[in-house]
Write a protein that binds this ligand. Structure first.
Ligand SMILES: [Zn+2]
Ligand SMILES: [Zn+2]
Length: 133
């Protein structure tokens, strides 16, 4: 099944690469008893993953995907919800928390779409077929 862009009906060729959080590695404990989570390099970061077409993706450059023999360069794109944002300093989180954040992003995106549709008060009039003749 071909996935469609969240914002239009074009086929989605990209996913938003914004990092919502770093993968959870393990929980450690400070000497004073407070617990803290540390990340791991064994798992990929929790990215937004919003399906996007080229038109709705903000191009951020190229990313080197380190995957052993399959290492390659991939374009690095953000969805409209994350355009202009920086994802350095993303917190360490579990997959369930990342899922919750993705749902928040989807809700924001739906609101954006509704606003954009609401801005168009009436559909543009259909072209008058007979006029040219
Ligand atoms: Zn699109
Ligand atoms: Zn995004």
């Amino acid at each position: 099944m071909k996935q469609r862009c969240f914002y239009c009906s074009n086929p989605a060729t990209l996913l938003c690469d914004f990092r919502l959080g770093l993968p959870f590695g393990e929980r450690l404990r400070h000497i004073d008893g407070t617990e803290y989570d540390v990340t791991t390099i064994d798992k990929p970061a929790h990215t937004c993953n919003m399906p996007l077409c080229r038109e709705h993706a903000e191009y951020r450059g190229w990313l080197h995907v380190n995957a052993g023999k399959n290492s390659h360069f991939d374009s690095y794109d953000y969805c409209p919800e994350h355009q202009g944002m920086v994802d350095t300093g993303a917190p360490v989180m579990q997959e369930s928390e990342a899922e919750r954040l993705r749902r928040v992003v989807v809700a924001n995106a739906q609101r954006r779409l509704m606003r954009e549709r609401g801005a168009v008060r009436s559909p543009p009039p259909p072209p008058e077929q007979g006029k040219l003749f």
